[in-house]
Design a protein around this ligand. Sequence first.
Ligand SMILES: Nc1ncnc2c1ncn2[C@@H]1O[C@H](COP(=O)(O)OP(=O)(O)OP(=O)(O)O)[C@@H](O)[C@H]1O
Length: 584
Amino acid sequence: MTRTASSTGRTALYGILALAAVVAVALFAPTQGYYLNIMMQAATYAIAVAGVVIVLGYCGQLALCQAAFLGLGAYCVALGTVDYGLPFFVALALGVVVTSIGGIFLGLATLRLGGHYLAMVTIGFQMIVTMVLTNWISFTRGPDGISGVERPVLGPIDLSGGSSYLALCLAFLVGVTFYAAGLKASRLGRAMQAVRDNEIAASTCGINVFRTKTVAFGISAALGGLGGGLFAGAFSYISPDQFTFNESIVLLTMALLGGVQSPVGALLGTILLVLLPEWLRFLRQAYLAVYGAAVIAIMIFLPRGVWGLVADRFFKAAPIEGGPVTPLPLLSRKGEASKEIVLDISGLAKHFGGLKALDGVDMAVRKGSVHALIGPNGSGKTTMVNVITGLYVATAGRVKLLGRDVTALAPHERAKLGMCRTYQNIRVFRGLTVLENVTIGAERDGNDVAGAQATRERALAALDFVGLRDVAGLPVGDLPYGHQRYVEIARALAGSPEILLLDEPAAGLNLTEKGEMAALLKRLKGHGLTIVIIDHDMKLIEQVADHITVLNFGKRIADGEPRAVLAHPEVIAAYLGEPRNEAA
Ligand SMILES: Nc1ncnc2c1ncn2[C@@H]1O[C@H](COP(=O)(O)OP(=O)(O)OP(=O)(O)O)[C@@H](O)[C@H]1O
């Protein structure tokens, strides 16, 4: 609570300082000339660069077309005010709407494409916009561009003067910077960062990956359009060569240089890259080479940008406060193992080409039971969990969760119904803190928690349960391997799962850690959680399992109460590699 109050106080202080800066600019900035132009360019570009921060820094999508959105915004304002007589702010809003639609349209491509291919699509988009602006002469006036873009007058407030228009641009910039900073700490921002760090884990935590990327593209493009619209008013003349692929690279460099994961960093990067050429002009012919070398040097020596350096020095994350935690509500359910079937699987098959990784498997998991899924390496256990959670589409068969057929649902839709999991190869969100990782689990749609404070408390309670409350504020990558496994479990627990699927939770742990993991699993079992567990450690399985299903070559070879199953000759043969004793 204290932390929240102090961070609110800090935000208010920054807000007042920013407002004072805007007023000072309105009163004292030059009304025309070289420095005014530099400041106009920095302010309008910085708004577009904040868009790069959101799509690339937060969401991890490399889009190389921010200048196209800058151009679309600028042309909306220029054409809207000059040719169609629209009021400035109406044209500006139109630009934001047009570019956000363009961004969403581009985001739709992420359904099928990612990485390099997506980057290529964005370059294609940039090229198309440049070509349209250049060649659709009857509408855009082609290479001649549009001049005479007027600045706004709002009733008695005249914003057409140099300093007052700059103050307007700065006011927008301040708003955008606060918005982007707030977004990062919001549920949507966390979802974006989860998608950036690990799409698969994000989807099984209940995040709609496709929608999140599309929204990130939309917001980013809207900020490009806003910056572009203000740019048109700032210089009163625009032409297609101001919004080319080269400019997109400049905007990207600004974000990377300043620190692509921080809006303040992007602001610094923009100022630096607008000023650097001016500072270096005295070098004449050598200027471009020195400019390029300076940019490369900053990139190499400051991989997290200039802001990374500043933040490490001066802005340490506040420690997470101690104090009492409310216990996890799911642990008070005290569910006794019952006959009710939580997960009902029938005839499940998954074929990879000719390989039948799963071949008609049946399995029923009872409420409150610990159900082990075992089998030799390559027998299909992980494939089974992947098909159950929706990461793989089943070739045949049916998966029912609490009586509902979920076979056709996407992973995030299954998570919404209470299906949570961990991974054999740990999948935590590396760019986030331990608490943020677990908060994402608590934020799953369908969870019984509402409001930011309650969600945070739920996440802290889950961390408390696995014994990691003290390290909640640390970056998750700073934790040892074994503890990262606990973070995954806490992330799943924070979502109050109806069923928890643990894929080899003890894999890669040393003996002591395995003992601790066994103790944790027993505690979970004691609270009546419904669990499916895969593990090769038979000692662990014997300690916790109520029921065992055994797979071999994708087929179920045994199913039932642990003692009988483990004594089954076919199971022994599968594990020890002995020939089957048909008589037995
Ligand atoms: N995405 C995939 N594409 C092709 N084949 C796959 C894929 N995933 C799994 N397989 C194959 O399916 C079979 C079952 O693999 P799976 O990982 O499910 O086994 P497992 O029982 O979990 O093994 P382990 O105990 O070693 O983790 C293996 O032959 C594996 O190579």
